[in-house]
Write a protein that binds this ligand. Structure first.
Ligand SMILES: [Zn+2]
Length: 113
């Protein structure tokens, strides 16, 4: 499960930030995860439960904010929510349009004490 490795990185960043602020506990860790990031929020929760053990985030709550995919068609300048993985424009049927939003995988919010 490669989510464990990804969460290890996120947690390392979070711990660093918390310590920088002089905190000794992480209470809440919130992430922004795009629908096109290839990550399943449920697996992230499981991965977080694995990596948080014996860290200052052991009692932290974990939340995932899902970011919908938005594509942009350079051909007809339409922005749209893709219905398949080809990211085809619904107006002019140009395939593989640019993904403007939805690949996020980032730490959104941290509550420490
Ligand atoms: Zn188009």
């Amino acid at each position: 499960m490669h989510e464990v490795g990804m969460m290890q990185n996120v947690l390392a960043t979070a711990v660093e930030r918390a310590k920088h602020e002089g905190a000794s506990h992480i209470r809440l860790l919130q992430m922004r995860v795009g629908e096109a990031s290839g990550v399943v929020p449920e697996s992230l929760q499981l991965a977080f439960d694995v990596v948080k053990k014996e860290t200052i985030a052991e009692d932290a709550r974990f939340q995932v904010e899902s970011v919908p995919v938005v594509c942009y068609c350079p051909n007809c300048t339409t922005e749209f929510h893709p219905t398949d993985l080809l990211y085809e424009c619904p107006e002019c049927h140009q395939p593989y349009c640019e993904v403007r939003q939805g690949k996020e995988f980032e730490l959104a919010f941290l509550e420490v004490s």
